[in-house]
Design a protein around this ligand. Sequence first.
Ligand code: FAD
Length: 501
Amino acid sequence: MTDPDRPEPTRVVVAGGGTAGWIAAAALIRQLGPLVTVTLVESDEIGTVGVGESTIPTARGFHAFLGIDEAAFMRATQATFKLGIAFENWRQVGDRYFHPFGSVGRSVMIADFQHFWLEARRRGFGGAYGDYSLEQQAAAAGLFGQDEQNALAYAYHLDATAYVRFLRGLAEPWGVRRVEGRIERVERDGEGGDIAALVLASGERIAGDLFIDCTGFRALLTGGALATGYDDWSEWLATDRALAVQTESVAPPVPYTRAIAHDAGWRWQIPLQTRVGNGLVYASRYMSDDQAHATLLAGLESRPLFEPRPLRFAAGMRRQSWNRNCVALGLAAGFIEPLESTSIHLIMNAVTRLIQLFPFRGDDNTALATRFNAQSRYEWEHIRDFIILHYHVTQRRDSPFWTDCARMRVPDSLMERIDLFRASAGAWQGQDDLFRIDSWVSVLLGQGVQPRGHHRIASVIPPADLKASFDSLTGGIAQTLRALPRHGDFVARHCGASAAM
Ligand code: FAD
């Protein structure tokens, strides 16, 4: 008989050892300890997707949750700091705007900052919206530091392969059992029942109570065995292929990701300590593979370290992230293209949610799964809308891709946001929204949306007072910048190869 004070541990089987698999395994064993056993199956022969190198600030909270030491993590993954994303050629060819992390304007007064900024512009003073973002100004100047008084909001650029190795290095000593081998078959409890076990090519059978599908785009458990449906979002997000390549570093790393639009998509530049990650995302309906290859190579700023690797995907998400006794994470759960670097965040959030709603042995999973799926859907659709915004709100009409993006009918949930902003400069954020008002406003303004009006409360402030508060904001930012070191120097000191071990 089971002792209620010592319940039988729940047997968790993680299928796949990419970023998703090792994040899940590490977090589950770390947080649930004796309540679970965690076995991870991966195939060296198949390998991992090998991309996913730009993150958002939530990664820091997740690392803290696991007790990860920042300098050790950064040294192991050749990481650099990231303060936001520079968007080039999105509004128009030759245009550039920045989506910074953190707050813009440090929330001066009652209404959101953009209303006061618009009022200042109307009165003929005040700089660009981004002048009031500490992160954007630090990024533009190539500066970075960690000062408790003026904390910058930041994330990381990291080496994806090294990150997987680093997570494995944590998870195995914490108690995760790793099994190397190819999953050949997924065994179910009778016709249409739960997943009972994974059967490997070697014949080994790995039984479990809860299965986490982290097999990447293959989605062997959720897509294969359980035939979970997929909501396809390609009508709004037409990009479906990518080419990825690394290049030599020829300059100190900048503290931001570059997202440079081209005729049928965009390309990324992610600077690490010793190399740069590059990739071209494109829509195969509008650009051939050969054109994509040529466009990528033409944009490289230094020598490629290998032949570009092709990747294919379909924008969308599983209808149920949690189906029966299987939870899909990472690419197996769906894919929203990497424009705002949200995939690793989605993995971390889903694992945290799974821990909060964990189905212990003997629990009835149904209500837990329903809650998990509702939260996942809200989260994914919110991010989807934010990404569509970048494509839809553009003044570009120089290629069929951009003309179609501008003309497409977008989801009502997004249209509502665009309409509100156009009419009144209004924006909002729900409790579970990843992208805050500052992010929506940065991208809406950056993409060239001009509000017709703004909140009248801003006009009540005497112009001299309004001007003084704007001057004090820029003055404060300038003062902070003067104390910040160069990003490359800070990285070298904090976590470079020669930093104290
Ligand atoms: P994978 O890395 O593909 O891992 C799958 C695992 O399953 C591997 O271990 C594989 O060996 C195993 N496996 C598969 N089949 C079997 C089998 N039969 N038997 C045994 N094992 C098996 N995310 C970001 O957050 N930021 C970014 O900048 C970013 N850029 C991206 C750019 C592109 C072009 C793409 C496609 C994705 C990007 N992502 C990004 C997403 C990110 O790469 C993934 O979310 C992340 O790497 C997680 O991948 P995964 O672990 O789900 O899949």
